[in-house]
Design a protein around this ligand. Structure first.
Ligand code: GRF
Length: 212
């Protein structure tokens, strides 16, 4: 059985497209059930519409709580096995994340443009350069209540020591290209284990990580 995946985006949606393309190639045994955005003008929505994937605008203009209740109602009506954040610029509340874990056993994955736990938050490429990091890259991790935290599933890196003078913008492009490889690769394995019930229940994975 294919895993039902949904993706949350805010902008370009290039990671969402990379995931969808991998699904179409049957690299990931999954269906892309719906894509939701907090931003009605997100560029990535044009691809979603053109691909005839159901698209949803989350009502964040009425507040985070309202938007998250809307999202929970959507999860109840159109159940999924896996929720992927891909350039989603809203911070999900602890309540929302806990409800997903406890009520739906729903794993939430995120991709972050740094080698976590280094450089949580925004502006990671400029910060990596400013700090003189020799290595930079991206991370796919399970989402927990803490921002850009949670068990790391995989990372992809590039060596900065031989890249003197690279701009933050160039670095962003290079890391984004790594993201487009990494996220589908992780999902291929994660979705397979999830559907074969080989994955540890999500709450246990998170608690183990938090040492609880
Ligand atoms: C990516 O670098 C992602 O890691 C970060 O925001 C960017 C989104 O790019 N959170 P896109 O919307 O997938 O093109």
């Amino acid at each position: 059985m294919d895993a039902k995946i949904a993706i949350l985006i805010s902008g370009g949606g290039s990671n969402m497209q990379a995931i969808h393309q991998a699904i179409l190639r049957q690299d990931i045994m999954a269906q892309l059930t719906w894509v939701a955005s907090d931003n009605a003008n997100a560029k990535g929505l044009a691809y979603v519409k053109a691909s005839l994937i159901p698209d949803i605008i989350l009502p964040y203009q009425q507040g985070k709580n309202h938007a998250e209740q809307y999202l929970l109602a959507l999860l109840a009506q159109q159940p999924i096995d896996l929720l992927c954040l891909a350039g989603f610029m809203q911070i999900l509340s602890a309540d929302f994340i806990n409800t997903c874990q406890q009520k739906y056993q729903l794993p939430i994955l995120n991709i972050h443009p740094s080698l976590l736990p280094e450089l949580k938050g925004l502006n990671t490429h400029q910060r990596a350069l400013d700090a003189g990091h020799q290595e930079h890259g991206c991370t796919v991790h399970l989402v927990t209540e803490q921002l850009d935290d949670g068990p790391i599933l995989a990372q992809s890196s590039l060596d900065l020591s031989s890249r003197q003078g690279i701009s933050a913008q160039q670095l962003q492009q290079e890391v984004l290209a790594l993201e487009h490889q990494l996220y589908p690769m992780v999902l291929k394995d994660f979705a397979e284990r999830l559907m074969k019930k080989q994955a540890e229940p999500i709450k246990a994975q998170v608690e183990k990580y938090a040492g609880r």
